[in-house]
Every structure is written in structure tokens, then in C-alpha cells.
Write a protein that binds this ligand. Structure first.
Ligand code: NDP
Ligand code: GDR
Length: 370
């Protein structure tokens, strides 16, 4: 039985990847951080009670900022593959916590590579590094491919740039099977609530059900190449099954503005929204509501801009060129944007039905920080 270590197992990609690896017969060892609240929501359905036999998903406490625990876990597991997905992954938050981000996302990658080297596992263990389209940053050329120059625009992207190059360096210096997947944005119903797509789909569900009045966003003009996380974790797996270790761009090749994502998400619940104004004064208004379940009047202002969500330096346009992954890995996404938006909105509508029931029964609903 193959063994894999997944850092960031409690995150969006960690959950989908673990599901995939378990389906493929792997024993999966996840590294999770200690938290004051349970943080395993996304993988609880995969949990097997160790008292009832040998589970194929095992969790270890650990942190990418602590090399001692990484060495211990890697030594204990002797993995065939390591997927390094753990990271402080929020671009805007990285401006608030730049040093921590560099430590976890940059040096954390080094700690994994160095642990494998020190333990004499360079021939056994293959390593996947979660690199990102944020590396491209300030637009140099589009569509962005494996050969497009990088120009990172946030502490997050700069930390990931280190992670990218240290992975390449260990591959070349020590002949390790270590690869970068340069993944463009990928989303799902499991996406963290403060990333823009999930923030939008949650708000659309809540606004439709009368649980929220308005959605405040930052830059509505940003363009992203959005895919589905389920498709993207398959690419991670394929990258580690090749004969030679190489880096791959994983993307759909289609880009969409934030504003259009908002429009599509509202459309899914039968609410047509149009935008008027410019920059920080731009607003989104309801044109019509054809869903008899929702009472929302024409002309209602449902979207507004709050400059607090603007970033000191922004990445304006991402559009990936997936030619290499399509030809060499045979990878092709199953979801298009419409299918992604529909799945996310439907999941959030279902999620907030419970909250609506509670509210209708007189319970006070708590607000969440987004
Ligand atoms: P999430 O933010 O959903 O998950 C991040 C995971 O990393 C969580 O399990 C988190 O734990 C864990 N983590 C955070 N800090 C540390 C640390 N110091 N030590 C150990 N674990 C830590 O991200 P995604 O699943 O969306 O992304 C997975 C990886 O892919 C990340 O590295 C991200 O930067 C990268 N990426 C993501 C893309 C996307 O569009 N989703 C695109 C390109 C790259 P906890 O649950 O406790 O917070
Ligand atoms: P991104 O994702 O920064 O691309 O990083 P995010 O969803 O946070 O932002 C996408 C774009 O939307 C704009 N935006 C807003 N973003 C957030 N979060 N909240 C808002 O209110 C808002 N309004 C507009 C942003 O300015 C940006 O242009 C994600 C992460 O998963 C990274 O870890 C990963 O590496 C990249 O995708 C690829």
C-alpha cells in the first residue's frame, strides 16, 4: 500500500486530495495544526475510528514552522509521496502577517525538502509543492505558462516564489523527484469563506433568503481563471506519477471578472443583478427576481464596494495556458465556470436553509467576520 503525507489536510485541497488518494488505495497521513476549535470539518466524513481497525487516514499534529515535528513524522511514515499543501493561503492576509507567511509558505517548503534529504529518502519520496498563479503577479504576458516570467505582488506570492525555486533547486541539486504544480484559482463548496468566490456564493444565498442585506467586495475588475478543486487535485496526483519530475501549469484557460462571477451567482437563484457606477462607487442592483421563494424588490442595492478589501498591490489578470498539462498529463477539467458556480451556490443555499429555519423560529443569528 502506498503511503502519502498531506500537509494542509484540513484545507479545501487537502480534503479533496485525501478523498482521491483513499479511493486509489493509499494510506494517507495528514498533518494538522493544533487549534482551539475543531478544524477537521472538511475531512470528518473520512475519519475512521482507530478502535475499530486500522484506519487508512491518520492525523498527526504538526506545523510547517517546526522542522522537528516534520522530520519525526516523515521518518515515522516513510512516505512514497508528500503533498505540501499547507500554507497561509490568503493573499490579503499575507500583507498583515508577512513574516509568518514567509515562514510557513517559504521556509516550510524548505523544511519538507530538507527533512526528506536528511532522512535519506531522496530516492523513495516524491514531493508535490503547491505553487500558484500568484507567482505571475504583475502581468508580463498572457496566457501564463510554465515559461512566463514571475513578478510576485504580495508577501504570499513572494513566499511561494521561494517555495517554487527551492523545489526546483532540490530537484536539480539532489536529483529529487520534486515538482511544482502552478495552480490557478480553484474553488468549491469547501472553499474558505473569505476567498471571493465563496464569499459571493454565501452572500447570494443569504441575501436571497433575507438573512443578509448587502455584499461588500473589493476590486470587482480583477480577472481570475477559476476551476474546480476536485479537478485540480487529480492534476496534483498525476504530476507525481510521471516518469520525470517536472513543473506544470494547471488552469482552465478561461478568465472571468469578479463582477461577472457575482452576476452568475445571483442568476443561479433567479435574481438578475446589474452594475452601475465606477471604482469604489460601483454598486450592484436587482433588475428582477423570478424565483417565487425569494422576495427581493427590483432596484434593491445588493452589492457595494468597500475599499478595505482592496490590496496594496493587486494581481489584475490571470489566465493560464494548460497546454503542457493537457498533452503530457492527459489532464482535462470536468467542470466549467457555470457548473462550478451552480454547485457552490446550491451548496450555500442548502447550508443557510438551516439558519433561516432558526431565524424564522426566533433564534438570533450570529454575524461572521469576512
Ligand atoms: P486552505 O487555506 O483551504 O488550506 C490551507 C491549509 O494549510 C489548511 O489545512 C491550514 O490549516 C494549513 N496550514 C496553514 N498554516 C499552516 C502551518 N503553519 N503549518 C501547517 N499547516 C498549515 O488552502 P487551499 O486548500 O485552497 O490551498 C492548498 C494549497 O494550495 C495552499 O498552499 C495554497 O497556497 C495553494 N494554492 C491554492 C490555490 C487555490 O486556488 N485554492 C491556487 C494555487 C495554490 P488550518 O485548517 O488549521 O487553517
Ligand atoms: P486570490 O483569491 O487572491 O486570487 O488567491 P481571492 O478569492 O482572495 O481574490 C480573488 C480576486 O478577487 C478580488 N476581490 C476580493 N477578494 C476577497 N478575498 N474578498 C473580497 O471581498 C474581494 N473583492 C474583490 C481580489 O482583490 C482578487 O483580485 C487565491 C488563494 O487561494 C491563493 O492561495 C492562491 O494561490 C491563488 O488564489 C491562486
Amino acid at each position: 500500500m502506498k503511503k502519502a503525507i498531506v500537509t494542509g489536510i484540513t484545507g479545501q485541497d487537502g480534503a479533496y486530495l485525501t478523498e482521491l488518494l483513499l479511493e486509489k488505495g493509499y494510506e494517507v497521513h495528514g498533518i494538522k495544526r493544533r487549534s482551539s476549535l475543531f478544524n477537521t470539518d472538511r475531512i470528518d466524513h473520512l475519519y475512521q475510528d482507530p478502535h475499530e481497525g486500522n484506519p487508512r487516514m491518520v492525523l498527526h499534529f504538526g506545523d510547517l514552522s517546526d522542522s522537528t515535528n516534520l522530520i519525526r513524522i516523515i521518518q515515522q511514515v516513510q512516505p512514497d509521496e508528500i503533498y505540501n499543501l499547507g500554507a497561509m493561503s490568503h493573499v490579503k492576509v499575507s500583507f498583515d502577517t508577512p513574516e509568518y507567511t514567509a515562514n510557513a509558505d517559504g521556509i516550510g517548503t524548505l523544511r519538507i525538502l530538507e527533512a526528506v534529504r536528511l532522512l535519506g529518502l531522496t530516492e523513495k519520496t516524491r514531493i508535490y509543492q503547491a505553487s500558484t498563479s500568484e507567482l505571475y503577479g504583475l502581468v508580463q504576458a498572457v496566457p501564463q505558462s510554465e515559461t512566463t516570467p514571475f513578478y510576485p505582488r504580495s508577501p504570499y506570492a513572494v513566499a511561494k516564489l521561494y517555495g517554487y525555486w527551492i523545489t526546483v533547486n532540490y530537484r536539480e541539486a539532489y536529483n529529487m523527484y520534486a515538482c511544482n504544480g502552478i495552480l490557478f484559482n480553484h474553488e468549491s463548496p469547501l472553499r474558505g469563506e473569505t476567498f471571493v468566490t465563496r464569499k459571493i456564493t454565501r452572500a447570494v444565498a443569504k441575501i436571497a433568503m433575507g438573512l443578509q442585506d448587502k455584499l461588500y467586495l473589493g476590486n470587482l475588475d480583477a480577472q481570475r481563471d477559476w476551476g474546480h478543486a476536485k479537478d485540480y487535485v487529480e492534476a496534483m496526483y498525476l504530476i507525481l506519477q510521471q516518469e520525470k519530475p517536472e513543473d506544470f501549469v494547471i488552469a482552465t484557460g478561461v478568465t472571468t471578472r469578479v463582477r461577472e462571477f457575482v452576476r452568475l451567482a445571483f442568476e443561479r437563484v433567479g435574481i438578475e443583478v446589474t452594475f452601475r457606477g465606477e471604482g469604489a462607487s460601483e454598486k450592484g442592483y436587482v433588475v428582477s427576481c423570478t424565483n417565487p421563494d425569494y422576495q427581493i424588490e427590483e432596484g434593491t442595492e445588493v452589492v457595494a464596494v468597500d475599499p478595505k478589501y482592496f490590496r496594496p498591490t493587486e494581481v489584475d489578470l490571470l489566465i493560464g495556458d494548460p497546454t503542457k498539462s493537457q498533452t503530457q498529463l492527459g489532464w482535462k477539467p470536468k467542470y466549467d465556470l457555470q457548473a462550478l458556480v451552480s454547485e457552490m451556490v446550491d451548496a450555500d443555499v442548502e447550508l443557510f436553509q438551516k439558519e433561516k429555519l432558526l431565524k424564522d423560529s426566533g433564534y438570533k443569528i450570529k454575524n461572521q467576520y469576512e
